[in-house]
Design a binder for this molecule. Structure first.
Ligand code: GN1
Ligand code: MG
Length: 365
């Protein structure tokens, strides 16, 4: 077992490392909060071990973070009426962007954005509107970043037909068969939606939705809100900044923020909250209107439906595979997470007309 405190000493923090403790609620990487003291102040930093099973080429993530930093940081001082923070990369003592441990896992350190808070479930509609505004602002910062400068750090990420193919292979010969009623429900739920899985990819292939830089994981917990104003001021967890479709982000933000019961809820209590959806899009759409196309508006409903379905599919496939990808807290955790996303997907489907009406009302003339 690698000692994170020993790893922390490899980085050029501005002072002495006081403590290193586990931090956050990520499902993939290991995250630590490093407390550092110099003669004047005590400050916190984030130290992370990237999951080598999920990211086989983590140095490409660090390349993307540099490209992102070079593109976004010069724009920040000029933003009127909006504080926006981009975590800074803290170099190692040898001046590198990351450290490799003896098992060759990649560790990196970043600044901690102080005086902010994040949430696992949305508090109210004004917070939802801020979440949408934050995502839209981020998209505005990155939409003119040439997408070919970014590595594809996670090929197939959010390409739903690929997850479906992997599921199909697992379902025919599951390493861990599960005949429970919950698993049977999931199999049936997936079978009924196979045809819908390719909607976004088909639109991309037809040229309706172009590839562009995305965040990849804009769930509520990755949006930081200023403690004093409640404004969304940063998007963190930038490991999946890479080429993709804007709609992966829109769908992911909506499926996360409009599920007030959270990802670990009782599936029977899960529903898609329309008021939150309207608030998020009220915050989001004005920010992206300058570069949004008619097709972009059209596929918002499909995006939220598909990304909720896809996350359920990913959780369920991982359950069948033996919980190799998402960290679990108890046996059956990924099955339960899948049921939650499928319940959410069903609730989205039941409100299709209402969701499309919200988009129509907010669409620029
Ligand atoms: C994973 O590790 P975390 O919580 O940032 C996953 C996302 C899922 C999310 C669900 C690289 O993100 O795609 O939406 O769990 N990240 C990756 O909570 O697979
Ligand atoms: Mg993430």
């Amino acid at each position: 077992m690698i000692d994170p405190a020993a790893i922390a000493r490899q980085f050029a923090f501005p002072g002495e490392v006081l403590t290193v403790r586990e931090y956050g609620s990520g499902n993939v990487n290991d995250t630590y909060l490093v407390r550092v003291a110099d003669t004047e102040a005590v400050r916190d930093f984030i130290l992370q071990r990237l999951n080598p099973h999920v990211f086989p080429h983590p140095e490409r993530i660090m390349h993307n973070l540099r490209v992102l930093d070079d593109h976004v940081r010069p724009k920040l001082p000029a933003q009127p009426n909006r504080r926006w923070e981009l975590p800074r990369i803290i170099p190692t003592r040898t001046g590198a962007d990351y450290h490799r441990d003896p098992d060759s896992a990649l560790w990196r350190a970043q600044s901690f954005i102080a005086d902010t808070e994040s949430f696992d479930a949305i508090a109210d509609v004004s917070q939802a509107e801020e979440a949408g505004r934050g995502l839209g602002f981020f998209h505005g910062l990155i939409h003119d970043l040439p997408v070919h400068l970014l590595h594809d750090t996670l090929p197939g990420f959010h390409v739903t037909p690929g997850y479906l193919a992997r599921y199909t292979a697992l379902a025919t010969a599951p390493p861990r068969p599960d005949p429970s009623p919950e698993a049977l429900f999931c199999h049936r739920f997936i079978a009924e939606r196979k045809e819908a899985a390719g909607v976004l990819e088909a639109a991309h292939l037809r040229g309706e939705l172009p590839a562009c830089p995305i965040h990849g994981d804009p769930k509520l917990a990755n949006i930081l809100f200023a403690r004093d104003t409640g404004q969304a001021i940063s998007l963190i967890d930038l490991d999946t900044v890479k080429p993709g479709l804007l709609h992966y982000d829109i769908g992911d933000c909506l499926r996360s923020c409009c599920n007030p019961a959270g990802e670990d809820a009782n599936p029977a209590k899960v529903s898609f909250n329309l008021a939150c959806c309207a608030a998020i899009l009220r915050g989001y759409l004005p920010q992206v209107a300058p570069f949004f196309s008619v097709a972009d508006y059209h596929y918002i409903y499909d995006a939220v439906r598909i990304i909720a379905f896809e996350l359920g599919l990913r959780f369920f496939s991982d359950h069948l595979a033996g919980d190799l990808y998402f960290r679990i807290k108890r046996p059956g955790h990924n099955l339960r997470r899948a049921m939650v996303q499928f319940a959410l997907c069903r609730s989205v489907e039941a409100q299709e007309a209402e969701i499309r009406a919200i988009v129509r009302d907010l669409q620029k003339p």
